[in-house]
Design a protein around this ligand. Structure first.
Ligand SMILES: *Cc1c(COP(=O)(O)O)cnc(C)c1O
Length: 395
């Protein structure tokens, strides 16, 4: 077999402004860290980097959980890790479903033979704790799972009440924090979360490839007490935990340069401070909403249930969804997301995550959207961009 290697050009993806459901913009510092020399995964220097990464992750999750590590894989690997380690065939598992990612959790529970108890809410709404309370009445489920930030709809579910219900019925509490960790307040120990996972490419602004996971002592006890082995060899937290722990027992080869990148992204977060970071996400979200409503458009999710990191904007009647998104990308270099499931064609999903959550992105996006809608003959109220700009403190 021959190959015409001239046809394979130098890599040149160009630059984008990433305002979709992920990945978000990656700061140069993170890319530079990833370009550092690849050394052995058992090299003493790298062992120190692994330790520091775990310390930084505990800070970010606001937890003292010993087992707090980046799983080698994307956010979905973290999701699968939590379920395969904590659920055995026949276990009752409550999964709250209000979008794509709750649906994915339910799929995993079915695949591993858990007995699925569904608690549903309309897509675009938060999960109602009352519905969870009803679902567990007279039952002792092994685990209750909820998505904190539903990236498919822009809805944020409040965790405290559901954590209380889980505690009362003796269930472990599992949280998907993929689009909240690093963007939205999330104190794992204070809330009482037993298993939590995230992804690097959303509010951490690191390329996709790692999934931070943290398991409480109660979760580790359940893992130790299993009657059946964890069905996934690769994601078995007993073995992965020994690799990241004091023993450094070889399990798989950590993706060395990805971990350099994550460590740098976590350093950036710690330098900014969690409170300042959450406030920044709130401010840019507020400005975006002011701009959208100022233009005469509306948000999909009720105000009290809105995420700051993922903003669902209703597509006005008669507007061509795909044409607008194409023009945003081609004319302005801006990537946003479309709707999924029954929200396809009905919403735009605008991510303001991590490094992408910036004043200049908000103002550029609103200017671009107004320009494109006008050019397509859509009536837009004047003053949207000005309304957004007015939200920011005077320089
Ligand atoms: C993106 C996302 C996932 C899946 O993460 P991948 O990195 O795409 O595997 C899971 N849950 C939520 C809420 C997400 O936004």
């Amino acid at each position: 077999m021959t190959i015409d290697i001239q046809k394979f050009r130098d890599l040149n993806p160009g630059e984008r402004i990433l305002m979709g459901p992920g990945p978000s913009d990656v700061p140069a510092r993170v890319l530079q860290a990833m370009a550092s020399p690849c050394i052995g995964h058992l090299d003493p220097y790298f062992l120190k980097i692994m330790d520091e990464t775990q310390q930084l992750l505990r800070f970010l999750f606001q937890t003292n959980n010993a087992l707090t590590i980046p799983v080698s894989g994307t956010g979905s690997a973290g999701m699968e890790t939590c379920f395969v380690n904590l659920v055995e065939p026949g276990d009752d598992v409550v999964v709250c479903i209000n979008g794509v990612f709750g649906t994915r959790m339910a799929d995993i529970v079915n695949r591993i033979g858990g007995k699925l108890i569904r608690v549903e809410a309309e897509w675009g709404r938060a999960i109602d704790p009352e519905a969870v309370r009803k679902a567990v009445e007279g039952r002792n489920p092994k685990l209750i799972a909820v998505v904190h930030a539903e990236t498919s709809t822009g809805a944020r579910t409040t965790l405290e009440d559901i954590a209380g219900i889980a505690k009362k019925c003796g269930a472990l509490f599992l949280v998907d924090a993929v689009t909240s960790l690093g963007g939205v307040e999330l104190a794992v120990d204070k809330i009482g979360i037993d298993a939590v996972y995230s992804g690097t490419q959303k509010c951490l602004s690191c390329p996709p490839g790692l999934s931070p996971v943290s398991l409480s002592d109660a979760a580790l006890k359940v893992l130790k007490g299993r009657k059946t082995p964890v069905v996934s060899w690769y994601l078995d937290m007993g073995m992965v935990g020994s690799y990241w722990g004091a023993e450094r027992k070889y399990h798989h080869t950590a993706p060395v340069n990805m971990i350099y990148g994550l460590r740098e992204a976590l350093r950036i977060i710690a330098e900014e401070g969690l409170e300042a970071r959450f406030s920044r996400h709130k401010l840019n979200h507020k400005a975006l909403v002011a701009g959208i409503e100022g233009m005469g458009l509306s948000m999909q999710v009720p105000e009290a249930e809105r995420l700051t990191t993922l903003n669902a904007i209703r597509i006005p009647e008669g507007v061509d969804d795909v044409k607008v998104r194409k023009a945003l990308l081609n004319d302005f270099g801006i990537e946003i997301g479309g709707g999924l499931g029954n929200l396809a064609g009905r919403i735009w999903r605008v991510g303001l995550m991590g490094h992408s959550s910036r004043k200049k992105n908000v103002l550029l996006f609103l200017t671009a959207l107004e320009t494109i809608l006008k050019s397509q003959g859509v009536k837009v109220k004047p003053g949207g961009v000005e309304a957004a700009a007015a939200v920011y403190p005077k320089a």
